[in-house]
Design a protein around this ligand. Structure first.
Ligand SMILES: Cc1cc2nc3c(=O)[nH]c(=O)nc-3n(C[C@H](O)[C@H](O)[C@H](O)COP(=O)(O)OP(=O)(O)OC[C@H]3O[C@@H](n4cnc5c(N)ncnc54)[C@H](O)[C@@H]3O)c2cc1C
Length: 495
């Protein structure tokens, strides 16, 4: 039933009221709150069509406030309601409902996007954290099926108990499976195994039309390929089946210092083309003069039962790091995967975690990597970066097989990240970084590169077309088929 105007708040065209959702007002196209302030699950005929749910649908201030923010703290769009699904059925029911009423929807994993990608003004945010079951794993498993809201740390915990592991991890493992599979999921192992999206054998997806579909490379492949690295545009991943490989017990983690950008990049390229290490990444830091000229190549060799006991002479043969610039530690594999935990704890303790993050993530074609990145590094100051990091590491084209994960056409591309952290009230500095991100993107696009879309780069619809290049027509066709009312994930700005 339509509610009286005195009990309504208007949010960007949707009319909602009160603290917890009691129903949908079809006349006003808005959610209405239950006068009691309790959530909507289990409520009945008073609802104007809102489905009965196993979980909760809420619009209390804390839930809406959290859903209007993300790791970037730059963009703030308030949704009308938040769904905490008690089941996949809830996601199906609410997406169907939103599709019928043309209400926009965005899934949210850990909300670690930095630029509003999981936000949805006046719409429904689906928090996937409650969909975090991890299926059975045994010593002979080749795959594991997990809920999209599971974090990679939880997946690692479950599989390592059986000596198995997903082959590729992001540097930070508290991200959701659905969140990284919707962007790509890159890490130092990607030069060997591809991205996380290249290691998925099957998905269960709720399409924008509210259909629950199982898809794989051989079953509804158009949906499978539109969802992996598809920025949530065609469906919400509710479950993913991930490939597993044997895990090492320990690893040797090298840090090799370089004082020349070209040499650093050449050695990185050599290592990934040879496949000498299991993991290759790198960082650029400011030297004593504040210039970004201190390069560290990070390389990790897996020990038994995956690889032989590491031999320094063999592993470091022919590398051109500075003579005294070799440091390594032996650590457990899990400790290695979770290596950012102490750093993140420190950032949280000191309040730096809540800084604004106008992040730049670029895919730079190998042949232009030094020429394109040198001026960007020259222009960067320690104040621009704040307590952030600069990352630089190579990826092999032949290993990146997911059509929507774009790199460059060259055999080697470099992921080049300037991950700034800026006091959130310094909006002028944030704006300067956003403008710098845009011009850096243009410089890279002019030589055939693009962005890795997990950052804060102002992007138009035309830019997305360019970004997806030859993969665009299939994405557009899948969007028409699976999300015909275009309700899914407007925060990406793709359609
Ligand atoms: C500290 C930190 C370290 C990082 N390190 C890496 C790294 O090493 N490698 C790397 O590749 N990336 C890295 N990232 C980027 C990260 O992978 C992406 O931002 C990722 O999307 C975040 O996951 P999330 O669970 O927080 O997703 P969210 O921010 O919640 O969502 C991201 C996007 O995906 C959509 N989405 C979320 N869940 C689903 C779903 N189930 N189905 C469909 N769409 C969905 C959302 O609507 C949104 O558009 C890092 C980010 C942070 C903050």
């Amino acid at each position: 039933m339509p509610r009286t105007p005195s009990r309504r708040t208007v949010l960007r065209g949707l009319t909602v009221t009160g603290a917890a959702v009691a129903g949908f007002d079809p006349a006003a196209r808005g959610w209405a709150a239950d006068a009691s302030g309790t959530d909507a699950s289990g409520t009945d005929g008073r609802l104007a069509g809102t489905p009965r749910l196993d979980g909760t649908l809420t619009r209390d201030d804390a839930a809406l406030g959290a859903a209007s923010d993300d790791y970037g703290h730059i963009v703030h769009h308030r949704p009308a309601a938040v769904l905490r699904p008690g089941s996949v059925r809830d996601v199906v029911a609410m997406v169907r409902f939103c599709n019928e009423h043309s209400v926009p929807v965005a899934p949210r994993g850990q909300g670690h996007s930095p630029f509003g990608q999981a936000q949805v003004p006046g719409g429904l945010v689906v928090e996937t954290a409650t969909l975090a079951d991890i299926g059975p794993v045994g010593p002979d498993s080749t795959t594991v099926t997990v809920g999209a809201g599971a974090r990679w740390s939880e997946v690692a915990g479950a599989t390592l108990a059986h000596g198995l592991t997903p082959p590729v991890f992001t540097d930070y493992i508290e991200l959701s499976v659905g969140g990284t599979l919707s962007v790509g999921g890159l890490g130092g192992q990607a030069h060997r195994y591809g991205a996380q999206v290249d290691n998925v054998t099957e998905l269960r997806v709720v399409t924008g039309a509210g259909e629950l579909v199982r898809c794989s490379p051989s079953r509804r492949p158009d949906l499978f390929h539109a969802v992996l690295a598809g920025l949530g545009q065609c469906g919400i991943i509710v479950e993913a089946t991930l490939r597993l490989v044997p895990a090492p017990r320990t690893v040797r983690h090298y840090h090799l210092a370089y004082d020349d950008l070209g040499t650093f990049l050449d050695d990185q390229r050599l290592l990934v083309q040879e496949g000498r290490f299991d993991y290759v990444e790198g960082q650029v830091a400011a030297d004593a003069d504040g210039a970004f000229r201190a390069y560290t190549l990070e390389a990790v060799a897996y020990g038994p039962p995956v690889g032989p006991a590491p031999d320094d002479a063999t592993l470091l043969r022919g590398l051109r790091h500075t003579p005294s610039g070799v440091r390594y530690e032996d650590r457990s594999y899990l400790d290695f995967l979770d290596r950012l935990a102490p750093f993140v704890a420190m950032l949280k303790e000191t309040g730096l975690w809540t800084y604004a993050h106008p992040w730049l993530n670029l895919m730079v074609p190998g042949a232009s990597a030094a020429a394109v990145s040198a001026p960007l590094l020259d222009a960067l100051t320690p104040a621009d970066l704040g307590p952030g990091v600069v990352l630089f590491y190579p990826l092999l084209r032949e290993r990146l097989t997911t059509p929507l994960l774009r790199s460059s056409d060259e055999p080697v591309s470099y992921l080049f990240d300037i991950l700034s952290a800026i006091p959130p009230d310094d909006t002028a500095a944030v704006d300067r970084r956003l403008a710098a991100n845009r011009s850096a993107y243009e410089a890279v696009a002019s030589v055939g590169g693009t962005q890795y879309p997990v950052g804060s780069v102002p992007f138009t619809r035309a830019d997305w077309r360019t970004h997806f290049g030859p993969a665009w027509p299939a994405l557009e066709a899948a969007k028409r088929r699976y999300d015909p009312r275009r309700i899914l994930v407007p925060g990406q700005g793709v359609f």
